[in-house]
Ligand binder design. Structure first.
Ligand code: HEM
Length: 180
């Protein structure tokens, strides 16, 4: 059965996934504000410190997410080449997994900061990213959601990850350098 077989125009089936996604984003933001930052969360796992570890893991997540977008275009017949859906699924899963130790460090060790516009944008994008990811995963198995649901929610999640990368890894690589 093709990707679009059980889609419709009704917005109602999307309400719960979007609501829960919104609650996840808000909960992360509130935690990021009320939790006392510890300055430490995860070991650098072979990198020289947490910052380069986070910058490189985020870059890995972005590359995998780009593979996921390209494979999605192929699944929707927009590319003219056929990429197996498993590539889409696994690149998405691995991209998400790579963000977890990074975001855990951000939220637990640093918290939601808004003294610098770059860091404020970054912190909000971080919360938004997980809210969108949650909404996408909850909408995926649902029947009767509008045909634009996955491209739009998936596209927004990818855009949030690009914004996260620009406000962190790109800043790190252009300010501190390609340190490991
Ligand atoms: C969930 C909410 C998030 C919050 C509140 C948050 C907050 C922060 C803060 C306050 C910093 C320090 C910024 C600085 O002083 O330079 C930071 C750094 C960083 N964050 Fe996040 N972050 C979040 C999610 C994420 C996610 C999802 C990623 C990657 C997928 C990420 C990647 C990074 C990286 C690579 C750095 C180090 C570079 C830097 O210092 O800017 N963050 N984060």
């Amino acid at each position: 059965m093709s990707v679009t077989a059980h889609r419709s125009t009704s917005f109602t089936p999307l309400l719960v996934p979007l609501l829960i996604g919104g609650l996840v984003a808000i909960a992360l933001g509130v935690f990021g504000r009320i939790h006392a930052p510890t300055g430490f969360a995860v070991g650098p796992a072979g990198f020289s410190a947490a910052l380069p570890m986070k910058a490189w893991l985020t870059t890995g997540a972005l590359v995998l997410a780009a593979v996921q977008v390209v494979s999605a275009l192929s699944m929707w017949g927009k590319l003219g080449v056929s990429i197996p859906p498993t590539v889409h699924r696994w690149s998405g899963r691995l991209a998400f997994l790579l963000t977890i130790p990074v975001a855990f460090h951000c939220l637990y060790a640093l918290g939601l900061q808004y003294d610098v516009p770059r860091v404020l944008a970054h912190s909000l994008l971080g919360c938004f990213f997980y809210g969108l990811f949650t909404a996408k995963m909850l909408a995926l198995p649902k029947r009767g959601t509008p045909g634009w649901t996955l491209p739009v929610v998936g596209g927004l999640a990818f855009t949030a990850l690009v914004g996260l990368w620009l406000t962190s890894s790109f800043w790190f690589f252009t300010t501190i350098g390609f340190k490991i």
